[in-house]
Design a protein around this ligand. Structure first.
Ligand code: PMP
Ligand code: GLN
Length: 389
C-alpha cells in the first residue's frame, strides 16, 4: 500500500500538529527556557506521589469501573458542595476521564449529531475544533472583544441558528486569562434556555482566579444546572499534568451520553492515579489557598519582569498564562517572534494566533506560562533582558 492510502482522515488533516508539541520541541532543540506548553517544572504534593506509589504497590492494578472509582467521584461531589454550594450525585452525575482532554472529546463525541453547530468563543483552546469536526459538527466562531476579551451578547445571538446544539465556555479562558463574571454566565444561561442549547464548560483552571475574583461554575447557574456539562482536571490544581485525571460533571441524561463514548475511548483511567487524586481533591482549603498564593506571586514575578523590560503586558484574571502584545515590535507576526525568541534569545513562548481560526485576529499576541520555578522565570527574564540591551 502507498502512503497515499494511509493519509489522516479529512476531518483532522487540516489541523496538523498541535502548537504545544511544536513549541516544546523547538524549546528542546534550541535549549530554550520553555514558557510555551503549560506544564509545571515541579511536581505536586509529595503526599500524592506517595499515595499513587502505594496504590501501585498494594494494587489492585486492574481496570476500574468505567465511570471511575467511587471514592474519587464522591470526593468530587463533596468538593462541588464545599466550593460552589452545588449538589452533585456522585453515582450518576460524575465521570472520571483521562484528563480534561478525554472528557471534552467524550462529551462532544457522545452528544453531537452530524450537522450540529457548536459556538466557540475565540480565542479558543485547540482541541475543540478538530473534535467537533470529527463528530460531524460545525464550529461557529464568535470572537471576544480586544484587548479586554469581553463577550458581545449581540454577536453571540447572531451566531445562533436552529442547528446550534451547544456553546463552549472555557472559564478561566486559555490563552487570554478571561474570567467570566456571574452576570455574564446568568445572561448566557437565559439565552441557552430560550434557544434550548447545551453549554460545555471547560473549567480546568477553576482554582487559578486572581485579585479576589471568584470562579462560578456553570453548574451553579440555575438555568444551566441541567444543560451544562462541566469538564475539569486535576492537572493544574495538583501540578501533575502527566497523570491525566479529569472529570465530567453533568445531569444524569447528559452523563449517560458522556459515559457512552468514554467507555469506547479509554474505558477507564489508571486506578492508582484516581486513588491519589481522591486524596488530593479532599485536601483542606489551605492547600487551595496556598496554590493560589503561589501562582499569584509567580504571575506578578513574570508580569512585572516583562513590564520592566518594556513589553506591553496583559496580566490574566485567571489561568497560569500571561500575554504580551507585540504590535509595536518589529516582527512579521507572533510565530516569527516566537521562533526568533526560542532560537536566538533562548526563551520559548506560544504564538497565540493559533487559538483563532482566522489567525490574523491574534497575530499580535504571544503567551508565556508562569507555572515554573522562580529561578526558571528569572532565567527567562534575564535572557530577555540581555536581548533587549
Ligand atoms: N482545556 C484547557 C483550556 C487546557 O488549557 C487544557 C490543558 N491543560 C486542557 C483542557 C487539557 O487538560 P488535561 O491536561 O487534563 O487533559
Ligand atoms: N493546556 C496546555 C497549554 O495550553 C497544553 C496541553 C497540551 O499540550 N495538550 O499549554
Amino acid at each position: 500500500m502507498t502512503g497515499e492510502q494511509h493519509r489522516v482522515c479529512s476531518a483532522l488533516a487540516p489541523f496538523g500538529t498541535s502548537i504545544f508539541t511544536e513549541m516544546s520541541a523547538l524549546a528542546i532543540r534550541s535549549k530554550a527556557v520553555n514558557l510555551s506548553q503549560g506544564f509545571p517544572d515541579f511536581d505536586g504534593p509529595h503526599d500524592l506521589l506517595e499515595a499513587a506509589a502505594k496504590a501501585i504497590i498494594d494494587g489492585p492494578n486492574q481496570y476500574t469501573p468505567s465511570a471511575g472509582l467511587a471514592t474519587l467521584r464522591e470526593a468530587i461531589a463533596a468538593k462541588m458542595q464545599r466550593f460552589y454550594d452545588v449538589e452533585v450525585d456522585p453515582r450518576d452525575e460524575v465521570t472520571i476521564t483521562s484528563g480534561a482532554t478525554e472528557g471534552l472529546a467524550a462529551t462532544l463525541l457522545g452528544l453531537l449529531e452530524p450537522g450540529d453547530e457548536v459556538v466557540l468563543l475565540e480565542p479558543c483552546y485547540d482541541l475543540y475544533p478538530p473534535i467537533i469536526a470529527r463528530a460531524g459538527g460545525t464550529a461557529v466562531y464568535v470572537s471576544l472583544g480586544q484587548p479586554g476579551f469581553e463577550l458581545d451578547f449581540e454577536a453571540l445571538k447572531e451566531a445562533l441558528t436552529d442547528r446550534t446544539r451547544a456553546i463552549v465556555v472555557n472559564n478561566p479562558q486559555n490563552p487570554c486569562g478571561k474570567v467570566f463574571i456571574r452576570e455574564e454566565l446568568t445572561r448566557l444561561g437565559e439565552l441557552c434556555q430560550q434557544h434550548n442549547i447545551l453549554v460545555l464548560g471547560d473549567e480546568v483552571y477553576e482554582h487559578l482566579v486572581y485579585d479576589g475574583r471568584s470562579h462560578h461554575t456553570l453548574l451553579s447557574i440555575p438555568a444551566l444546572r441541567d444543560r451544562a456539562i462541566v469538564v475539569s482536571s486535576t492537572a493544574k490544581t495538583f501540578s501533575m499534568t502527566g497523570w491525566k485525571v479529569g472529570m465530567v460533571i453533568a445531569a444524569p441524561g447528559l452523563t449517560e451520553a458522556v459515559r457512552m463514548s468514554h467507555q469506547f475511548l479509554t474505558f477507564c483511567t489508571p486506578g492508582a492515579f484516581q486513588r491519589a487524586m481522591a486524596k488530593g481533591i479532599g485536601m483542606s482549603h489551605s492547600y487551595y489557598r496556598d496554590l493560589l498564593s503561589l501562582y499569584t506571586a509567580k504571575r506578578q514575578r513574570l508580569c512585572d519582569g516583562l513590564d520592566e523590560l518594556g513589553f506591553d503586558v496583559h496580566a490574566p484574571q485567571g489561568t497560569y498564562y500571561a500575554s504580551i502584545d507585540i504590535t509595536k515590535l518589529d516582527f512579521e507576526d507572533d510565530l516569527a517572534f516566537c521562533r526568533y525568541l526560542a532560537t536566538n534569545v533562548g526563551v520559548a513562548a506560544i504564538p497565540s494566533s493559533y487559538f483563532w481560526h482566522q489567525r490574523r485576529e491574534g497575530t499580535h499576541w504571544v503567551r508565556f506560562c508562569f507555572c515554573k520555578k522562580d529561578k526558571t522565570l528569572d532565567q527567562a527574564l534575564e535572557r530577555l533582558r540581555r536581548w533587549k540591551r
